[in-house]
Design a protein around this ligand. Sequence first.
Ligand SMILES: Nc1ncnc2c1ncn2[C@@H]1O[C@H](COP(=O)(O)OP(=O)(O)OP(=O)(O)O)[C@@H](O)[C@H]1O
Length: 343
Amino acid sequence: MSVLQADALVKEYLVRDGRRRITLRAVDELSFELLSGTTVALVGESGSGKSTVARMLAQLVRPSSGAIRLDGESVSSRGRGLRRYREDVQLVFQDPFGSLNPFHTVDHHLRRPLRVHRRVESRADEDRQIEHLLERVNLTPPARVAGKRPHELSGGQRQRIAIARALAPAPRVLLADEPVSMLDVSIRLEILNLIDRLKEEDDLAVLYITHDLATARHFSRRILVMYRGELVESGESDEVILRPRHPYTRLLASAAPDPRRRLGTDPVSSGLSSGGPESPVTPSVDASKRSTSGATEGDASGGCRFRQRCPSAMAMCAQRPPILPVGDGHTARCWLYRDGAGF
Ligand SMILES: Nc1ncnc2c1ncn2[C@@H]1O[C@H](COP(=O)(O)OP(=O)(O)OP(=O)(O)O)[C@@H](O)[C@H]1O
């Protein structure tokens, strides 16, 4: 069942580049959906806009345009509607140390969301739920962990606490933004297996943001590939990895190590530089000249953003390619597949 939908999401930032003001389109008309009991991976190199997508879906930043829908309904960005949304949609950050308050105990970190989201009937009920949350993330015996502060825990334990905290409001959607990239390689799989088990137990819709194609394939049903703010390919995980269609995905897949040998490594960032000759920024003389669509006057996004790095580039790539079908539930934003050439 479809739980969360992103519909043509755009996020633009106005940034300074020397004396010029520059419009940076971090996310460009991204659409996808998350289904209950299913993991979708969002992959791409550093700076492609993955975290911005997560922050928009978590309502930490407001989209410049586009819509987020929960159960088909447009979400409210304030008041009661926002509180209910935050119960349903929880974010686990990359850095388990930065996301926990060093002055507070584990107990405090879990008690607070239970209270804020009014999930408890009494103090005894609260204690029971904290114990249960700790057991669910394999931190046992709970009594030994509850009184500790973040610095007394390992990175993996801290990430388990962050996951337990995310589970406290009984969400339906878990946004996991590079949840293991700051952890020791030896424990990455444990944490990913934990998220996978929780997804099964709670029928969670999971967005797994990662640089790592091997774990994306292993843990996700579908993979979305982003390049410089755009969705360039999407499809069933095996299809995208074994039969990549977009030249950028091909580059990623060829740079990725064999998952059987090195599950948990970081092939995208190690295999590629974080940007091509084209910059993701587009000149903006004046913010008042923005059009209602979120595009900016002088926006150079007319062509394919990958064309400068693309081995298959052709004259047509000076125009922005549409998202084209290349297989069953498989799409690529590439002119190579015009006129049904992908099938
Ligand atoms: N608050 C902000 N103000 C200005 N620019 C921003 C802001 N947040 C993100 N950006 C820019 O938006 C682009 C996308 O950033 P984002 O963090 O979403 O990418 P990412 O794919 O998650 O990268 P990484 O894997 O390194 O985290 C980058 O060019 C980044 O510098």
